[in-house]
Design a protein around this ligand. Sequence first.
Ligand SMILES: [Cu+2]
Length: 124
Amino acid sequence: MRIIRLLLVFMFVGMGATMAQAKKGTLATVVIKTPTVQCAMCKQTIERFMYQEEGVQSCKVDFKKKTTTMKYYTDRTNVENLRAAIANTGYDADDVTAAEDAYKALPTCCKKPEDGGGQPKKKG
Ligand SMILES: [Cu+2]
């Protein structure tokens, strides 16, 4: 009798875990072009901000390739939201232009070269 009860408990725990997983929704990956990122600080700024964004599971900025790769839960957010969120950190995201206020608040090195920012150009 005890064993049957124990089995039942295990079954419920198992079902609960399965349901919790289903509730999390589907993960999707998106690569967003972020052409204005240029250094490790840009990467940090975007990643720190995006991890607070609803539905984002992971965020990785590649400032050499100038892309931001994100995994997100499709039931909690969408690509438009993610682009808008990046733009709100001060960086262009695909066809969404950076929010001006946020861009102005970026450290000088993270601004576009025409605004006096950027890294010294390496030759070759
Ligand atoms: Cu930067």
